[in-house]
Design a protein around this ligand. Structure first.
Ligand SMILES: Cc1cc2nc3c(=O)[nH]c(=O)nc-3n(C[C@H](O)[C@H](O)[C@H](O)COP(=O)(O)OP(=O)(O)OC[C@H]3O[C@@H](n4cnc5c(N)ncnc54)[C@H](O)[C@@H]3O)c2cc1C
Length: 271
């Protein structure tokens, strides 16, 4: 391991100040991605700024009609939270199937979405629920946050503080997990918000995207047979489907249809 300076912040302002004064700094949340990245020397920050002392960023609460989750809330906290279970059970269920117990006990909401892994689960919920990402500088709508593979709208040093989720009428998430890591080969989050439907797909392409043909079908009739009838092929979407040792582009496209149908079916069982 090479040398670096470790700093632990107790406030957002302090973390941002330390970041601004360093030449190649990085924030550290759960460290589930950051530390392996450093070990592999894919990143070599001169200053590592641990956010875990900022206790206010761990809060999960209902604020008016929104569920607000702090950036440092771990996946295990979200999965176990009674406020999340009461308001958006689909979000608690999603957090409960991320990785394994070790990953869920360290990994955080903010770290997951800042990292923007194409196979991560949270991006599907963020886009599917039309959430808003709050940072130390601004509020970013979900549809503008994820740009591409490991790329977000965050500027250098911009720190995610919390995410606010509108409470949907109905929502569910289904994924076809990689059996080794748990990451989504394909995951689909389906929601009904203020009378319209949203379908967000993760794992299938370089970044999360919305399946608009499915949204239109669900707007007409929010039942599983509506999405089951939508033919999915890679050319239909304005994205390049991933193709790797785990699944071909065609197989991933097929999984989008299967996961969407299962998600809608599970809503009629749960709610
Ligand atoms: C074995 C394994 C299995 C996994 N399986 C899954 C899975 O099934 N599904 C899934 O979705 N994920 C999975 N993950 C990812 C994991 O859940 C974490 O979400 C992810 O590693 C990043 O979160 P973190 O809190 O550990 O962030 P860190 O690793 O600490 O940071 C990641 C990046 O985000 C930046 N960052 C962190 N917090 C903030 C913030 N508040 N504002 C701005 N930037 C910030 C850091 O600087 C860094 O660049 C897995 C990880 C591992 C190691």
């Amino acid at each position: 391991m090479y040398e670096f300076t470790y700093r632990k912040s107790e406030s957002v302002d302090e973390a941002v100040l330390i970041f601004g004064a360093a030449s190649d700094p990085k924030y550290l949340a759960g460290g589930m991605t950051m530390l392996p990245t450093m070990k592999q020397r894919l990143a070599s920050p001169d200053v590592l700024i641990d956010l875990n002392g900022i206790v206010t960023l761990k809060a999960i609460e209902k604020q008016n009609d929104k569920l607000v989750i702090g950036a440092l809330a771990t996946h295990a906290q979200v999965a176990a939270s009674s406020v999340v279970r009461e308001n958006i059970p689909a979000l608690a269920n999603l957090a409960a199937v991320i990785g394994d117990p070790q990953v869920r006990n360290r990994g955080t909401l903010g770290g997951s979405i800042a990292n923007a892994d194409p196979a991560a689960d949270y991006p599907a919920a963020i886009v599917g629920l039309n959430a808003t990402i709050h940072t130390n500088q601004r509020a970013i709508p979900a549809d503008e946050f994820f740009i591409d593979l490991f790329e977000t709208a965050l500027e250098d040093g911009e720190l995610i503080t919390q995410v606010s989720f509108p409470v949907p009428e109905k929502a569910a998430y289904q994924k076809f997990p990689n059996p080794a890591s748990g990451y989504a080969i394909v995951g689909v989050f389906v929601a009904r918000l203020e009378g319209s439907s949203r379908v967000a797909v993760t794992g299938a392409a370089g970044s999360v995207f919305r399946a608009e043909s499915m949204e239109a079908a669900l707007d007409d009739n929010f039942v599983a047979s509506s999405v089951a009838g939508v033919e999915v092929n890679p050319d239909e979407f304005d994205v390049d489907f991933n193709e790797d040792i785990h699944a071909s582009a065609e197989y991933r496209a097929h999984l989008v249809g299967v996961m969407a149908r299962r998600a809608v079916e599970s809503i009629s069982r749960v709610i």
